[in-house]
Design a protein around this ligand. Structure first.
Ligand code: HEM
Length: 147
């Protein structure tokens, strides 16, 4: 798994789940028959959104994205399909490599942490799943910011 393909996978997955949510909203608000689509696609998109944001942070640290680029990457998860645009945008500016830059003796603690995750694959995956589950639970308990 390279930074490029792990980021792209999550960016595309996030966009696809957004399409599912839009389809659910179409049925709910335009067709007006059922809310089931939104009720199913909503949490799936929520998990994809949180996963995308976590992976964005890891890749941003490893690929040394600027703060602005990192924030843009995170914000791209909010409007539909923008993660795919952002992936292309970063790619065209050389921000997604096929190899990880983080080393155990990297200068920043963030990169040393990414190096640890890469070397401890199993723990990294378990930690990722636990973090996504915890954040999803928190989001579901907290509810939407308005309404
Ligand atoms: C920026 C991130 C997010 C955006 C833009 C977003 C957007 C939306 C939209 C537009 C809907 C449809 C609402 C409607 O029925 O009119 C929805 C539904 C839903 N979302 Fe999100 N969402 C986000 C993050 C999350 C997260 C983190 C979770 C937690 C897992 C989540 C869980 C849900 C659930 C459960 C529903 C279905 C609600 C229902 O049963 O009607 N969403 N979301």
């Amino acid at each position: 798994m390279t930074p490029r393909n792990v980021f792209r996978t999550l960016a595309v997955a996030e966009a696809i789940t957004w399409l599912g949510l839009l389809a659910g909203m179409f049925v709910k608000y335009v067709v007006g028959t059922t809310e089931v689509g939104v009720q199913v696609a909503g949490p799936i998109h929520g998990v994809a959104f949180i996963s995308y944001c976590l992976v964005t942070l890891v890749v941003a640290v490893d690929q040394q994205w600027s703060r602005g680029r990192t924030v843009l990457g995170l914000l791209s998860s909010v409007p539909p399909l923008m993660t795919v645009w952002f992936d292309r945008h970063v790619e065209s500016r050389g921000g997604l490599d096929d190899h990880w830059h983080s080393r155990h003796d990297s200068e920043t603690a963030g990169r040393r942490a990414v190096c640890w995750l890469l070397r401890h694959h199993r723990q990294a995956i378990v930690g990722f799943v636990v973090a996504v589950a915890a954040l999803t639970g928190l989001a579901l308990v907290a509810g939407p910011p308005v309404g």
